[in-house]
Design a protein around this ligand. Structure first.
Ligand code: RTP
Ligand code: MG
Length: 140
């Protein structure tokens, strides 16, 4: 299995509670390497564009408002099978359904304020990485 890269976001509910280090420890303990990382505050327009795929879902407005409410940490994780591995470490979207030891089980507040985002497929990972980072910023 070749090395894969995925886009991760530590969401406002987690940056607000100073959980960046604890979340990064879970990624690193799972064998994911953080090869790029920056803290940014998304505008509503930027958050809306990032989550455009969900624009017809009932929670879209709330999601965009939340993601633009406070700073986020965007990062690129690299490792064997990184996309699925990251989603395993994140746990289910709704923390009530997340397995023990996952980020969302340990830290998420609700299905909306669920601490992390992770790309869901190779195509979306490539698009989402390019949304936030230039090639020069990826230091594998
Ligand atoms: P993400 O994209 O953030 O990694 O999360 P995901 O794949 O597990 O979940 P997805 O279905 O893509 O939903 C994107 C984000 O929208 C919010 N959401 N709120 N109120 C709701 O019912 C609801 N459903 C989803 C969550 O923040 C979710 O992570
Ligand atoms: Mg998703």
């Amino acid at each position: 299995m070749a090395l894969e890269r995925t886009l991760s976001i530590i969401k406002p509910d987690a940056t607000r509670r100073n959980l960046t280090g604890k979340i990064n420890a879970k990624f690193e303990d799972a064998g994911l390497r953080i090869i790029a990382q920056k803290r940014i505050h998304l505008s509503p327009a930027q958050a809306g564009k990032f989550y455009e795929v969900h624009k017809d879902r009932p929670f879209y407005g709330e999601l965009v408002e939340f993601m633009a409410s406070e700073p986020v940490v965007v990062q690129v994780l690299e490792g064997e099978n990184a996309i699925q591995k990251n989603r395993d470490v994140m746990g289910a979207t709704n923390p009530a359904n997340a397995d023990a030891g996952t980020i969302r089980k340990d830290f998420a507040l609700s299905v909306g304020e669920n601490s992390v985002h992770g790309s869901d497929a190779p195509e979306t990972a490539a698009e989402e990485i390019a949304f936030f980072f230039s090639g020069l910023e990826l230091v594998g």
